[in-house]
Design a protein around this ligand. Structure first.
Ligand SMILES: *Cc1c(COP(=O)(O)O)cnc(C)c1O
Length: 401
């Protein structure tokens, strides 16, 4: 076993976020060094043989693992409250690893119809080709999940809150449905991060991350991870990653590990700003509806507060009065927000989902998902909330009501 940092066993999450990892190198650096090396040297041939046979734990080759990746994995597992974690090249790489590690042809998946678009395409189009069938069900209707169970169901996949509608599903209820069916529950925790929500506490078996979002938090790299029991990681995921190669790069792992150190302070501050902006938007005459789990008007507000540590998260959406023209007007009038398609960054990002992130859906699919032409998504960053309100007011105040 590669030694950990020798921390007290009862260290709390804020401590683990900045301290969990590997011991320092012989040079005694305080901040983690970068290990940009593709392979590792062994003292002799016999040791190399043992290490290649997995009889002795050591770093061998960076497609398998690397100190920077291990540091990131241990830190993220500590925050999610799981015994294992495996880094991947991106969030989609993590979902690819999830499906390759757990499923075979003939297996059945139940997935929320409101998950990230690329997740739907990966399951439906790509894994459909290999004989894995997926049923898509309502995000919030537990009975629909239960009714979709078949003898071949192996995996339930949920994402909460969803993007951009911020619909919240009951993780504990879905874990019960999965376990009664002999299946596993995987939860995509991108929108909250472990700073707000730890799905394992509610019974989720696998937690999916895009490190690209809040974990990096400063919009620099693509990264991903699966958190689960050490057994699942070692037996189901690591063997696939070693031969399939959706490996997290050491540099990107280093960025994410450093990002995890400030995750809680960032996400709490961004979430609080998002709630302030959401309340302000709700009373603006040019705004028809605001979607944020922290608002009492949100349909799953009480559940979200229980599940997300009393915070709604840093992503909100709203419908302006009018259509695409009015929404574009609000986006184009901003001088602080970035017009882009991401969230989780310390810089606020404004997006028109219907023409970008959800632009490939048909109008009927978008209608079903509730994503109209008048909708705007805001990934709230660390700017002053008053400046963000003024930035949105520039366009909103011009909409005739
Ligand atoms: C961004 C995102 C992903 C994909 O992550 P990448 O790092 O872009 O591959 C998956 N799920 C959710 C909820 C996301 O927001």
């Amino acid at each position: 076993m590669i030694p950990r940092k020798d921390l007290p066993a009862d260290a709390r999450p804020d401590t683990l976020a900045v301290r969990e990892g590997l011991p320092a190198s012989p040079w005694g650096e305080n901040s983690e060094a970068l290990f940009l090396t593709s392979c590792f040297v062994h003292p002799d041939a016999a040791t190399a043989a043992r290490r290649f046979a997995n009889e002795e734990d050591a770093f061998v080759y960076s497609r398998f693992s690397n100190p920077n990746v291990t540091i990131m994995e241990r830190r993220l597992a500590a925050l999610e409250g799981t015994t294992g974690c495996i880094g991947t090249a991106s969030g989609m790489g993590a979902i690819l690893l999830l499906v390759m590690g757990l499923l075979r042809a003939g297996d059945h998946v139940i997935c929320s119809q409101s998950v990230f678009g690329a997740t739907i395409r990966l399951l439906q189009s790509e894994f459909g080709k290999f004989g894995v069938e997926t049923s898509f069900v309502s995000q919030t209707d537990v009975d629909a999940w239960r009714a979709a169970v078949r003898p071949s169901t192996r995996l339930l996949l949920a994402e909460t809150p969803t993007n951009p509608m911020t619909e919240v599903c009951d993780i504990a209820a879905l874990a019960d449905v999965a376990h009664a069916a002999g299946a596993l529950l995987a939860v995509d925790n991108c929108m909250c991060s472990p700073a707000l929500q730890q799905p394992a506490r509610f019974g989720a078996d696998v937690i999916i991350h895009s490190g690209t979002k809040f974990l990096d938090g400063q919009g620099r790299v693509n990264a991903g991870a699966l958190c689960a029991s050490e057994e699942l990681v070692e037996e189901r995921f690591a063997p696939v990653l070693r031969c399939a190669g959706m490996t997290l790069s050491p540099f990107n792992a280093w960025i994410v590990a450093k990002g995890l150190e400030t995750l809680a302070v960032r996400v709490h501050a961004q979430s609080d700003r998002a709630l302030q902006v959401a309340h302000w938007l709700e009373q603006h005459p040019a705004v028809e509806r605001v979607f944020h789990p922290g608002l009492p008007s949100h349909p799953q507000h009480a559940l979200a507060m229980r599940q997300q540590g009393g915070r709604g998260g840093a992503v909100l959406a709203f419908n302006v009065r009018g259509g695409r023209e009015q929404a574009f007007g609000v986006v184009d009038a901003t001088r602080v927000c970035s017009i882009a398609a991401n969230f989780g960054d310390v810089r606020s990002i404004i997006t028109h989902p219907a023409s970008t992130t959800h632009g490939r859906l048909t109008e009927a699919q978008r209608q079903a998902a509730g994503i109209g032409q008048s909708m705007i998504r805001l990934g709230v960053g660390l700017e002053d909330a008053e400046d963000l309100k003024a930035d949105l007011a520039r366009g909103l105040d011009r909409i005739g009501t």
